[in-house]
Write a protein that binds this ligand. Sequence first.
Ligand code: GLN
Length: 471
Amino acid sequence: MGEIRDRVSEAIKKIRAVDPAYHSFVTVCEERASQAAEKLEREIQGLTQEEARRRYPLAGLVFAVKDNLCVEGVQTTAASHILENYISPYSATAVVRLEEAGAICVGKTNMDEFAMGQTTTTGAFGATKNPRYPELSAGGSSGGSAAAVALGLVDFALGSDTGGSIRQPAALCGVVGLKPAYGAVSRYGLISYASAFDVIGPLTRSVNEAQKIYSVIAGPDEQDASMREKVYFRPSAEEIERPHGRLRVGVLGGEDSAAAAILRKDPTFCENYEIRYIELPMLEYAVATYYILACAQAASNLARYDGVRYGFRAEGYETLDQMYEMTRVEGFSPEVQRRIRMGRFVLGQESYRDWYEQAARVRRCIYDQVQEALAEVDVIVSETLARPYPRADFAGDSEAFLNGYEQDKLTVLANLCGLPAINVPVEAMEDDAPSAVMVTANAGREAAMFEVAEQLAAPFTPCVKGGPVHE
Ligand code: GLN
Protein backbone atom coordinates (compact mmCIF):
# COMPACT_ATOMS: atom_id res chain seq x y z
CA MET A 1 0.00 0.00 0.00
CA GLY A 2 1.18 3.52 -0.79
CA GLU A 3 1.83 6.32 1.65
CA ILE A 4 -1.43 8.18 1.04
CA ARG A 5 -3.54 5.06 1.44
CA ASP A 6 -1.68 4.38 4.68
CA ARG A 7 -2.46 7.84 6.02
CA VAL A 8 -6.13 7.46 5.15
CA SER A 9 -6.55 4.03 6.67
CA GLU A 10 -4.64 5.12 9.77
CA ALA A 11 -6.97 8.12 10.13
CA ILE A 12 -10.06 5.97 9.74
CA LYS A 13 -8.76 3.48 12.27
CA LYS A 14 -8.20 6.30 14.73
CA ILE A 15 -11.68 7.71 14.13
CA ARG A 16 -13.23 4.31 14.81
CA ALA A 17 -11.19 3.86 17.99
CA VAL A 18 -11.46 7.35 19.48
CA ASP A 19 -14.61 8.95 18.15
CA PRO A 20 -17.36 6.81 19.70
CA ALA A 21 -16.62 8.55 23.02
CA TYR A 22 -17.05 12.02 21.45
CA HIS A 23 -19.32 11.62 18.45
CA SER A 24 -17.72 14.25 16.29
CA PHE A 25 -18.53 12.22 13.17
CA VAL A 26 -21.97 11.26 11.89
CA THR A 27 -20.72 9.42 8.79
CA VAL A 28 -17.37 7.88 7.95
CA CYS A 29 -16.89 7.29 4.23
CA GLU A 30 -14.12 4.72 4.22
CA GLU A 31 -14.78 3.24 0.77
CA ARG A 32 -14.90 6.60 -0.97
CA ALA A 33 -11.79 7.81 0.88
CA SER A 34 -9.67 4.79 0.02
CA GLN A 35 -10.70 4.98 -3.62
CA ALA A 36 -9.71 8.65 -3.70
CA ALA A 37 -6.38 7.83 -2.07
CA GLU A 38 -5.69 5.11 -4.58
CA LYS A 39 -6.55 7.34 -7.51
CA LEU A 40 -4.35 10.13 -6.17
CA GLU A 41 -1.41 7.78 -5.70
CA ARG A 42 -1.76 6.60 -9.27
CA GLU A 43 -1.85 10.15 -10.59
CA ILE A 44 1.12 11.28 -8.55
CA GLN A 45 3.20 8.34 -9.69
CA GLY A 46 3.56 9.78 -13.18
CA LEU A 47 4.70 13.21 -11.92
CA THR A 48 7.98 14.62 -10.73
CA GLN A 49 8.04 15.69 -7.08
CA GLU A 50 7.95 19.32 -8.13
CA GLU A 51 4.95 18.76 -10.43
CA ALA A 52 3.13 16.77 -7.78
CA ARG A 53 3.61 19.51 -5.22
CA ARG A 54 2.31 22.15 -7.57
CA ARG A 55 -0.61 20.14 -8.86
CA TYR A 56 -1.64 18.66 -5.47
CA PRO A 57 -0.66 21.15 -2.75
CA LEU A 58 -2.78 19.31 -0.16
CA ALA A 59 -1.84 15.78 -1.23
CA GLY A 60 -2.79 13.22 1.37
CA LEU A 61 -4.19 15.64 3.97
CA VAL A 62 -7.20 14.08 5.61
CA PHE A 63 -10.26 16.23 6.25
CA ALA A 64 -13.83 16.09 7.52
CA VAL A 65 -16.84 18.03 6.28
CA LYS A 66 -19.71 19.45 8.31
CA ASP A 67 -22.88 17.56 7.50
CA ASN A 68 -24.59 20.56 5.89
CA LEU A 69 -22.12 20.47 3.00
CA CYS A 70 -22.77 18.14 0.11
CA VAL A 71 -20.27 15.41 -0.68
CA GLU A 72 -21.10 13.37 -3.76
CA GLY A 73 -22.45 9.93 -2.98
CA VAL A 74 -22.44 10.53 0.78
CA GLN A 75 -25.37 11.01 3.13
CA THR A 76 -25.91 14.72 3.90
CA THR A 77 -28.41 15.38 6.69
CA ALA A 78 -27.69 18.78 8.27
CA ALA A 79 -28.42 16.76 11.45
CA SER A 80 -32.13 16.80 10.63
CA HIS A 81 -34.63 13.97 10.40
CA ILE A 82 -36.10 15.69 7.39
CA LEU A 83 -32.93 14.88 5.38
CA GLU A 84 -32.24 11.57 7.04
CA ASN A 85 -31.94 9.46 3.90
CA TYR A 86 -30.65 12.11 1.56
CA ILE A 87 -27.60 11.10 -0.47
CA SER A 88 -26.11 14.07 -2.24
CA PRO A 89 -25.63 13.63 -6.00
CA TYR A 90 -22.89 16.29 -6.14
CA SER A 91 -20.18 17.91 -4.04
CA ALA A 92 -20.00 21.47 -2.76
CA THR A 93 -17.51 23.65 -4.67
CA ALA A 94 -15.30 23.97 -1.56
CA VAL A 95 -15.14 20.18 -1.28
CA VAL A 96 -14.41 19.76 -4.99
CA ARG A 97 -11.53 22.25 -4.76
CA LEU A 98 -10.00 20.51 -1.76
CA GLU A 99 -10.26 17.13 -3.44
CA GLU A 100 -8.74 18.51 -6.63
CA ALA A 101 -5.83 19.76 -4.52
CA GLY A 102 -5.28 16.24 -3.21
CA ALA A 103 -7.00 16.34 0.19
CA ILE A 104 -9.04 13.26 1.15
CA CYS A 105 -12.48 13.53 2.77
CA VAL A 106 -12.94 10.82 5.41
CA GLY A 107 -16.38 11.71 6.71
CA LYS A 108 -19.12 14.09 7.77
CA THR A 109 -19.24 15.86 11.12
CA ASN A 110 -21.98 16.46 13.63
CA MET A 111 -23.73 19.81 14.04
CA ASP A 112 -26.84 21.53 15.35
CA GLU A 113 -29.83 20.90 13.13
CA PHE A 114 -29.63 23.12 10.02
CA ALA A 115 -26.73 24.95 11.73
CA MET A 116 -29.14 26.59 14.16
CA GLY A 117 -27.54 26.55 17.57
CA GLN A 118 -24.31 26.84 19.45
CA THR A 119 -23.81 23.56 21.30
CA THR A 120 -23.89 20.59 18.87
CA THR A 121 -26.16 18.90 21.39
CA THR A 122 -29.39 19.50 19.49
CA GLY A 123 -29.02 17.58 16.22
CA ALA A 124 -31.25 14.65 15.37
CA PHE A 125 -28.43 12.14 15.81
CA GLY A 126 -27.07 12.95 19.27
CA ALA A 127 -24.56 15.31 20.88
CA THR A 128 -20.84 15.86 20.33
CA LYS A 129 -18.72 15.98 23.50
CA ASN A 130 -16.16 18.68 24.04
CA PRO A 131 -12.85 16.81 24.18
CA ARG A 132 -10.98 19.63 25.94
CA TYR A 133 -13.47 20.97 28.49
CA PRO A 134 -15.92 18.16 29.29
CA GLU A 135 -18.24 20.40 31.37
CA LEU A 136 -18.83 22.64 28.39
CA SER A 137 -20.55 21.89 25.13
CA ALA A 138 -18.33 21.47 22.08
CA GLY A 139 -19.88 24.67 20.78
CA GLY A 140 -21.80 24.90 17.60
CA SER A 141 -23.08 24.61 15.18
CA SER A 142 -19.83 23.20 13.69
CA GLY A 143 -19.01 21.39 16.95
CA GLY A 144 -18.25 18.08 15.24
CA SER A 145 -15.66 19.72 12.99
CA ALA A 146 -14.04 21.53 15.93
CA ALA A 147 -13.91 18.38 18.09
CA ALA A 148 -12.52 16.26 15.25
CA VAL A 149 -9.63 18.71 14.77
CA ALA A 150 -9.05 19.08 18.52
CA LEU A 151 -8.89 15.30 18.86
CA GLY A 152 -6.33 15.07 16.08
CA LEU A 153 -8.59 12.81 14.03
CA VAL A 154 -8.17 14.87 10.88
CA ASP A 155 -5.70 17.42 9.56
CA PHE A 156 -8.48 19.97 9.14
CA ALA A 157 -12.26 20.23 8.78
CA LEU A 158 -14.78 22.41 7.00
CA GLY A 159 -17.54 24.22 8.83
CA SER A 160 -20.11 26.89 8.05
CA ASP A 161 -20.56 30.18 9.84
CA THR A 162 -23.82 32.16 9.75
CA GLY A 163 -23.49 33.86 13.12
CA GLY A 164 -20.42 32.29 14.67
CA SER A 165 -20.70 28.59 13.97
CA ILE A 166 -17.04 28.16 12.99
CA ARG A 167 -15.40 30.55 15.45
CA GLN A 168 -17.45 29.70 18.54
CA PRO A 169 -16.89 25.89 18.56
CA ALA A 170 -13.24 26.54 17.58
CA ALA A 171 -12.96 28.70 20.70
CA LEU A 172 -14.60 26.09 22.93
CA CYS A 173 -12.49 23.20 21.59
CA GLY A 174 -9.21 25.14 21.40
CA VAL A 175 -8.59 25.19 17.65
CA VAL A 176 -8.30 27.82 14.92
CA GLY A 177 -11.53 28.66 13.07
CA LEU A 178 -11.75 31.01 10.09
CA LYS A 179 -14.91 32.71 8.87
CA PRO A 180 -14.00 34.18 5.49
CA ALA A 181 -15.48 37.42 4.17
CA TYR A 182 -18.99 36.94 2.80
CA GLY A 183 -18.78 35.89 -0.82
CA ALA A 184 -15.11 34.86 -0.72
CA VAL A 185 -15.97 31.15 -0.75
CA SER A 186 -18.70 29.69 -2.96
CA ARG A 187 -21.81 28.58 -1.10
CA TYR A 188 -22.68 26.09 -3.82
CA GLY A 189 -23.47 22.79 -2.12
CA LEU A 190 -24.01 24.31 1.31
CA ILE A 191 -27.45 23.67 2.77
CA SER A 192 -28.67 27.23 3.27
CA TYR A 193 -29.61 28.65 6.63
CA ALA A 194 -29.45 32.43 6.10
CA SER A 195 -28.03 32.96 2.63
CA ALA A 196 -26.91 36.55 3.16
CA PHE A 197 -24.74 35.53 6.13
CA ASP A 198 -23.70 31.92 5.40
CA VAL A 199 -20.06 31.28 4.61
CA ILE A 200 -17.90 28.15 4.50
CA GLY A 201 -14.51 28.09 6.20
CA PRO A 202 -11.83 25.86 7.70
CA LEU A 203 -11.14 24.69 11.26
CA THR A 204 -7.46 23.91 11.68
CA ARG A 205 -4.61 23.47 14.13
CA SER A 206 -2.79 26.64 13.11
CA VAL A 207 -3.35 30.02 11.48
CA ASN A 208 -0.99 29.08 8.70
CA GLU A 209 -3.02 25.99 7.84
CA ALA A 210 -6.23 28.02 7.90
CA GLN A 211 -4.72 30.44 5.43
CA LYS A 212 -3.58 27.61 3.19
CA ILE A 213 -6.97 25.87 3.13
CA TYR A 214 -8.69 29.21 2.61
CA SER A 215 -6.57 29.98 -0.45
CA VAL A 216 -7.64 26.66 -1.99
CA ILE A 217 -11.39 27.04 -1.39
CA ALA A 218 -11.73 30.80 -2.03
CA GLY A 219 -12.34 32.48 -5.35
CA PRO A 220 -15.07 33.02 -7.93
CA ASP A 221 -17.48 30.26 -8.85
CA GLU A 222 -20.18 30.51 -11.47
CA GLN A 223 -22.50 28.43 -9.33
CA ASP A 224 -22.79 31.15 -6.67
CA ALA A 225 -24.17 34.50 -7.79
CA SER A 226 -23.19 36.31 -4.59
CA MET A 227 -19.43 35.98 -4.87
CA ARG A 228 -17.10 38.92 -4.29
CA GLU A 229 -15.18 39.96 -7.35
CA LYS A 230 -11.94 40.58 -5.55
CA VAL A 231 -10.91 37.94 -3.10
CA TYR A 232 -7.86 38.03 -0.86
CA PHE A 233 -5.25 35.37 -1.47
CA ARG A 234 -1.87 36.95 -0.75
CA PRO A 235 -0.82 40.18 1.01
CA SER A 236 -1.05 43.12 -1.36
CA ALA A 237 1.91 45.43 -1.88
CA GLU A 238 0.08 48.12 0.07
CA GLU A 239 -0.34 45.82 3.04
CA ILE A 240 3.30 44.86 3.10
CA GLU A 241 4.20 48.54 3.07
CA ARG A 242 1.94 49.27 6.06
CA PRO A 243 0.65 52.73 5.18
CA HIS A 244 0.20 53.57 8.88
CA GLY A 245 3.48 52.23 10.21
CA ARG A 246 2.73 49.66 12.90
CA LEU A 247 -0.56 47.84 12.46
CA ARG A 248 -3.24 49.38 14.64
CA VAL A 249 -5.09 46.88 16.80
CA GLY A 250 -8.45 48.00 18.15
CA VAL A 251 -9.39 46.19 21.33
CA LEU A 252 -13.12 45.90 21.76
CA GLY A 253 -14.35 46.14 25.33
CA GLY A 254 -11.89 48.62 26.82
CA GLU A 255 -8.82 48.35 29.01
CA ASP A 256 -10.48 46.12 31.59
CA SER A 257 -11.73 43.57 29.11
CA ALA A 258 -10.49 39.98 28.97
CA ALA A 259 -9.20 40.62 25.43
CA ALA A 260 -7.06 43.50 26.69
CA ALA A 261 -5.69 41.32 29.50
CA ILE A 262 -4.75 38.65 26.97
CA LEU A 263 -2.87 41.15 24.81
CA ARG A 264 -1.07 42.65 27.80
CA LYS A 265 0.34 39.25 28.71
CA ASP A 266 2.57 39.48 25.67
CA PRO A 267 4.88 42.53 25.94
CA THR A 268 6.37 42.08 22.47
CA PHE A 269 2.90 42.16 20.96
CA CYS A 270 2.32 45.51 22.64
CA GLU A 271 5.60 46.80 21.24
CA ASN A 272 5.03 45.59 17.69
CA TYR A 273 1.46 46.78 17.36
CA GLU A 274 -0.25 50.01 18.22
CA ILE A 275 -3.01 49.18 20.69
CA ARG A 276 -6.14 51.28 20.75
CA TYR A 277 -9.35 50.78 22.68
CA ILE A 278 -12.54 50.98 20.71
CA GLU A 279 -16.24 51.06 21.51
CA LEU A 280 -19.09 49.85 19.35
CA PRO A 281 -22.28 51.02 21.09
CA MET A 282 -24.41 49.48 18.33
CA LEU A 283 -23.20 46.04 19.43
CA GLU A 284 -26.07 46.06 21.88
CA TYR A 285 -28.48 45.54 18.98
CA ALA A 286 -26.47 42.93 17.10
CA VAL A 287 -28.14 39.83 18.52
CA ALA A 288 -31.70 41.02 17.95
CA THR A 289 -30.88 42.23 14.46
CA TYR A 290 -29.14 38.99 13.58
CA TYR A 291 -31.93 36.72 14.79
CA ILE A 292 -34.66 38.68 13.03
CA LEU A 293 -32.79 38.66 9.74
CA ALA A 294 -31.47 35.10 10.07
CA CYS A 295 -34.88 33.64 10.89
CA ALA A 296 -36.51 35.50 8.00
CA GLN A 297 -34.01 33.94 5.60
CA ALA A 298 -34.32 30.54 7.24
CA ALA A 299 -38.09 30.59 6.82
CA SER A 300 -37.76 30.99 3.07
CA ASN A 301 -34.79 28.63 2.69
CA LEU A 302 -36.42 25.84 4.65
CA ALA A 303 -39.68 26.03 2.70
CA ARG A 304 -38.22 23.52 0.24
CA TYR A 305 -38.36 20.64 2.73
CA ASP A 306 -41.89 19.56 2.05
CA GLY A 307 -41.68 15.78 1.87
CA VAL A 308 -41.68 15.81 -1.92
CA ARG A 309 -38.11 16.49 -2.90
CA TYR A 310 -35.73 15.16 -0.27
CA GLY A 311 -35.28 12.44 2.30
CA PHE A 312 -38.04 12.05 4.82
CA ARG A 313 -41.83 11.94 4.28
CA ALA A 314 -44.32 11.39 7.11
CA GLU A 315 -46.71 8.45 6.95
CA GLY A 316 -50.44 8.26 7.55
CA TYR A 317 -51.55 11.48 5.81
CA GLU A 318 -54.73 11.75 3.78
CA THR A 319 -54.45 14.99 1.85
CA LEU A 320 -51.49 16.74 0.24
CA ASP A 321 -51.64 19.56 2.78
CA GLN A 322 -51.57 17.03 5.56
CA MET A 323 -48.51 15.42 4.01
CA TYR A 324 -46.65 18.76 4.02
CA GLU A 325 -47.70 19.57 7.53
CA MET A 326 -46.97 16.19 9.08
CA THR A 327 -43.62 15.91 7.30
CA ARG A 328 -42.53 19.32 8.59
CA VAL A 329 -43.81 18.79 12.13
CA GLU A 330 -42.18 15.38 12.43
CA GLY A 331 -39.09 16.21 10.39
CA PHE A 332 -38.00 19.51 12.02
CA SER A 333 -37.11 19.83 15.70
CA PRO A 334 -39.07 22.33 17.83
CA GLU A 335 -36.29 24.94 17.66
CA VAL A 336 -36.15 24.83 13.87
CA GLN A 337 -39.94 25.12 13.75
CA ARG A 338 -39.76 28.07 16.15
CA ARG A 339 -37.27 29.85 13.93
CA ILE A 340 -39.38 29.24 10.83
CA ARG A 341 -42.40 30.66 12.65
CA MET A 342 -40.42 33.64 13.85
CA GLY A 343 -39.17 34.22 10.30
CA ARG A 344 -42.66 34.03 8.87
CA PHE A 345 -43.88 36.44 11.50
CA VAL A 346 -41.25 39.11 10.77
CA LEU A 347 -41.94 38.80 7.05
CA GLY A 348 -45.73 38.88 7.43
CA GLN A 349 -47.72 41.65 5.79
CA GLU A 350 -48.73 43.12 9.15
CA SER A 351 -45.30 42.99 10.75
CA TYR A 352 -42.82 43.38 7.90
CA ARG A 353 -42.32 47.13 8.33
CA ASP A 354 -41.92 47.04 12.08
CA TRP A 355 -39.66 44.03 12.23
CA TYR A 356 -37.86 43.00 9.06
CA GLU A 357 -37.41 46.46 7.62
CA GLN A 358 -36.36 47.90 10.95
CA ALA A 359 -33.81 45.15 11.45
CA ALA A 360 -32.42 45.76 7.96
CA ARG A 361 -32.02 49.45 8.87
CA VAL A 362 -30.34 48.69 12.17
CA ARG A 363 -28.00 46.32 10.35
CA ARG A 364 -26.94 49.23 8.17
CA CYS A 365 -26.23 51.38 11.26
CA ILE A 366 -24.16 48.58 12.77
CA TYR A 367 -22.25 48.24 9.51
CA ASP A 368 -21.57 51.99 9.37
CA GLN A 369 -20.30 52.05 12.93
CA VAL A 370 -17.98 49.10 12.33
CA GLN A 371 -16.66 50.80 9.18
CA GLU A 372 -15.97 53.97 11.17
CA ALA A 373 -13.98 51.90 13.63
CA LEU A 374 -12.09 50.12 10.86
CA ALA A 375 -11.08 53.47 9.41
CA GLU A 376 -9.10 54.09 12.62
CA VAL A 377 -7.68 50.61 13.19
CA ASP A 378 -6.48 47.77 10.95
CA VAL A 379 -8.02 44.92 12.94
CA ILE A 380 -10.41 44.50 15.83
CA VAL A 381 -9.53 42.08 18.61
CA SER A 382 -12.17 40.86 21.04
CA GLU A 383 -13.07 37.77 22.95
CA THR A 384 -14.77 35.24 20.70
CA LEU A 385 -17.42 34.12 23.14
CA ALA A 386 -19.63 36.13 25.37
CA ARG A 387 -20.08 34.48 28.77
CA PRO A 388 -21.53 32.30 30.20
CA TYR A 389 -20.13 29.53 28.01
CA PRO A 390 -22.67 26.99 26.74
CA ARG A 391 -22.64 23.88 28.88
CA ALA A 392 -22.57 20.20 27.97
CA ASP A 393 -25.92 19.72 29.73
CA PHE A 394 -27.68 22.28 27.51
CA ALA A 395 -31.39 21.69 28.03
CA GLY A 396 -32.39 22.21 24.41
CA ASP A 397 -35.76 23.78 25.27
CA SER A 398 -36.93 27.17 24.09
CA GLU A 399 -35.66 28.94 27.21
CA ALA A 400 -32.18 27.43 26.86
CA PHE A 401 -32.05 28.47 23.21
CA LEU A 402 -33.25 31.99 23.98
CA ASN A 403 -30.59 32.43 26.66
CA GLY A 404 -28.05 31.09 24.20
CA TYR A 405 -28.82 33.74 21.60
CA GLU A 406 -27.09 36.40 23.75
CA GLN A 407 -23.85 34.41 23.65
CA ASP A 408 -23.57 35.09 19.93
CA LYS A 409 -23.17 38.82 20.56
CA LEU A 410 -19.54 39.11 19.46
CA THR A 411 -19.52 36.64 16.59
CA VAL A 412 -22.65 37.81 14.72
CA LEU A 413 -21.02 41.18 14.10
CA ALA A 414 -18.77 39.81 11.33
CA ASN A 415 -21.74 38.11 9.63
CA LEU A 416 -23.94 41.21 9.80
CA CYS A 417 -21.12 43.17 8.17
CA GLY A 418 -19.76 40.48 5.80
CA LEU A 419 -16.28 40.68 7.36
CA PRO A 420 -13.56 38.03 7.69
CA ALA A 421 -12.85 36.97 11.28
CA ILE A 422 -10.72 34.28 12.85
CA ASN A 423 -10.73 32.58 16.24
CA VAL A 424 -7.40 31.63 17.74
CA PRO A 425 -6.75 29.78 20.97
CA VAL A 426 -4.40 31.76 23.20
CA GLU A 427 -2.35 30.91 26.27
CA ALA A 428 -4.71 29.89 29.06
CA MET A 429 -5.86 32.56 31.53
CA GLU A 430 -7.72 30.05 33.72
CA ASP A 431 -6.98 26.34 33.70
CA ASP A 432 -10.47 25.06 33.27
CA ALA A 433 -11.93 27.47 30.73
CA PRO A 434 -11.17 28.15 27.10
CA SER A 435 -9.06 31.18 26.29
CA ALA A 436 -9.48 32.47 22.81
CA VAL A 437 -9.61 35.71 20.91
CA MET A 438 -11.16 36.73 17.66
CA VAL A 439 -9.45 38.96 15.12
CA THR A 440 -11.74 40.76 12.66
CA ALA A 441 -10.70 42.91 9.70
CA ASN A 442 -12.25 44.57 6.71
CA ALA A 443 -12.74 42.44 3.61
CA GLY A 444 -9.54 42.86 1.63
CA ARG A 445 -7.42 43.31 4.77
CA GLU A 446 -7.11 39.60 5.48
CA ALA A 447 -3.32 39.79 5.49
CA ALA A 448 -3.44 42.02 8.57
CA MET A 449 -5.97 39.69 10.20
CA PHE A 450 -3.83 36.61 9.59
CA GLU A 451 -0.67 38.36 10.80
CA VAL A 452 -2.17 39.49 14.10
CA ALA A 453 -3.87 36.12 14.61
CA GLU A 454 -0.58 34.33 14.05
CA GLN A 455 1.10 36.53 16.67
CA LEU A 456 -1.54 35.74 19.26
CA ALA A 457 -2.17 32.05 18.64
CA ALA A 458 -0.92 29.49 21.13
CA PRO A 459 0.59 26.31 19.63
CA PHE A 460 -1.82 23.43 19.06
CA THR A 461 -2.07 20.66 21.61
CA PRO A 462 -4.16 17.59 20.78
CA CYS A 463 -6.74 16.44 23.31
CA VAL A 464 -6.04 12.73 23.24
CA LYS A 465 -2.86 10.78 23.66
CA GLY A 466 -1.23 9.90 20.39
CA GLY A 467 -1.49 13.37 18.98
CA PRO A 468 -2.76 14.44 15.62
CA VAL A 469 -3.21 11.94 12.92
CA HIS A 470 -0.15 13.21 11.06
CA GLU A 471 2.58 15.49 12.23
N1 GLN B 1 -25.70 30.37 16.97
C1 GLN B 1 -26.13 31.09 15.84
C2 GLN B 1 -27.52 30.63 15.43
O1 GLN B 1 -28.01 29.76 16.03
C3 GLN B 1 -25.16 30.96 14.70
C4 GLN B 1 -25.27 29.68 13.96
C5 GLN B 1 -24.39 29.60 12.76
O2 GLN B 1 -23.43 30.36 12.60
N2 GLN B 1 -24.74 28.71 11.86
O3 GLN B 1 -28.10 31.12 14.53
